[in-house]
Design a protein around this ligand. Structure first.
Ligand SMILES: [Zn+2]
Ligand SMILES: [Zn+2]
Length: 146
């Protein structure tokens, strides 16, 4: 059975290109571990979490699933750069938590890693929270330098 999050809608988690083409069937592109993890964090932090806001005319449209029509990906293709971001494999999201700095969120997650159902990675030193489900063998919460 596919996991559909309680606290996130699909348009928050995919780019407009994918949403327009695939609609709700785009849930299939996600790693279930990612969806379960962000839902659980939202519940346990008990604060709003913001990923994309393009659907409400905001500026964020590449913080969830990215396709080859997304600007960051098109740029990589133009520069002939290999690009296999977890954002392209349904394994990663970028987000902010209302009222918390990204570093505070990373510290909270590390301190509460026992509640996490799956190992995750967090990008170190960035002003947003990047969370993905790659490299699961590296430990429950693995901080990597992007
Ligand atoms: Zn796209
Ligand atoms: Zn990211």
């Amino acid at each position: 059975m596919r996991y559909i999050p309680t606290y996130f809608t699909l348009d928050e988690l995919v780019c407009p290109h994918v949403y327009d083409k695939f609609g709700e069937t785009a849930w299939q592109f996600f790693d279930q571990r990612l969806l379960i993890t962000i839902d659980l964090l939202r519940e346990r932090l008990n604060k709003p979490i913001f990923v994309n806001d393009w659907q409400v005319h905001g500026r964020f449209d590449e913080r969830g699933f990215r396709c080859i029509q997304c600007e960051l990906v098109k740029k990589a293709i133009t520069e002939n750069r290999l690009y296999v971001s977890p954002h392209m494999t349904g394994q990663g999201v970028d987000f902010d938590v209302q009222g918390m700095l990204a570093e505070e969120v990373r510290v909270w997650i590390a301190q509460n890693k026992n509640i996490l159902p799956y190992p995750i990675r967090l990008a170190n030193g960035v002003s947003w929270v990047h969370l993905d489900t790659r490299d699961a063998e590296k430990g429950k919460v693995y901080l990597f330098n992007p």
